[in-house]
Design a protein around this ligand. Structure first.
Ligand code: DX5
Ligand code: ZN
Length: 234
């Protein structure tokens, strides 16, 4: 079965868990990625850090392509935390991305870049940092399949959840209705999953609350159980 390229355009009824491979065992990345999908993650979230936009480095297109080879059916959601996303988008599309998100703080013309990426055949997401006001994304609410709300400062996994992300999520959902996905990224745990979904998030990203736990299946179950009975808000 080919990857469901429309996952962000025609989502399932329930909120989805996205496994961020940033906290996976990089020495066993293929196995860890497959394992996350097997225990209930609907997609893989691939965090790309350039050492400029964020003070850390993660991985490049070759790693994304390696994950694609091992997981031919997975939806790969690439989160570009880079200063110059336009230069890297084609390489990540070639490496198997199904969705590419870039940051509003990094780009002069988000609408134009969204069209550029979409023409390459992927869904497109607009990410914003915790301190970035809603006014910065307001002009572009209808230009993206996905709005990525950072609930930690980008660059590292394992940080605490920033509560103001819930208000931003509510604000976005009230305006986009069911037309776009909203992804909560950072600090998602079983104790805040339901609140994320109640605020309007329908893709919950987790790195450390999944791969950082001793039992991956139990960690995925704890996360999924925390929000699976909370209805989506459109
Ligand atoms: C942070 C990344 C997140 C991160 C989430 O810069 O964008 O996707 O991997 O990690 P946790 O779930 O540990 O906060
Ligand atoms: Zn991310």
């Amino acid at each position: 079965m080919a990857p469901d390229r429309e996952l962000f355009r025609t989502p399932p009824a329930r909120a989805m868990l996205a496994a961020s491979i940033f906290s996976a065992d990089f020495a066993a990345l293929g196995e860890s990625s497959l394992a996350a999908l097997k225990v209930g993650a609907s997609l893989l979230h691939v965090d790309i850090m350039d050492g400029h936009f964020v003070p850390n480095l993660s991985m490049g297109p070759l790693v994304c392509a390696a994950v694609r080879r091992v997981c031919p059916d997975a939806f790969l959601d690439v989160h570009l935390m880079v200063t110059n996303p336009k230069e890297f988008i084609p390489a990540f599309v070639k490496a198997g991305a199904n969705s590419v998100s870039f940051h509003v703080e990094a780009v002069k013309n988000p609408k134009e870049l969204a069209a550029f990426a979409r023409d390459l055949g992927v869904s497109v997401g607009l990410a914003s940092n915790p301190q970035t006001p809603t006014a910065a994304i307001e002009p572009f609410l209808n230009d993206f399949e996905l709005h990525l709300v950072m609930s930690v400062h980008p660059g590292f996994s394992g940080q605490g959840f920033i509560e103001s992300a819930l208000e931003k999520t509510k604000w976005i959902r009230a305006r986009v209705g069911s037309r776009a996905r909203i992804e909560m990224d950072g600090g998602v745990e079983p104790n805040n999953g339901a609140r994320c979904v109640a605020a309007g998030a329908d893709v919950l990203v987790s790195a450390s609350a999944l791969f950082g736990k001793p039992n991956l299946a139990q960690a995925a179950k704890d996360l999924l159980d925390s929000f699976s009975t909370t209805s989506r808000v459109d």
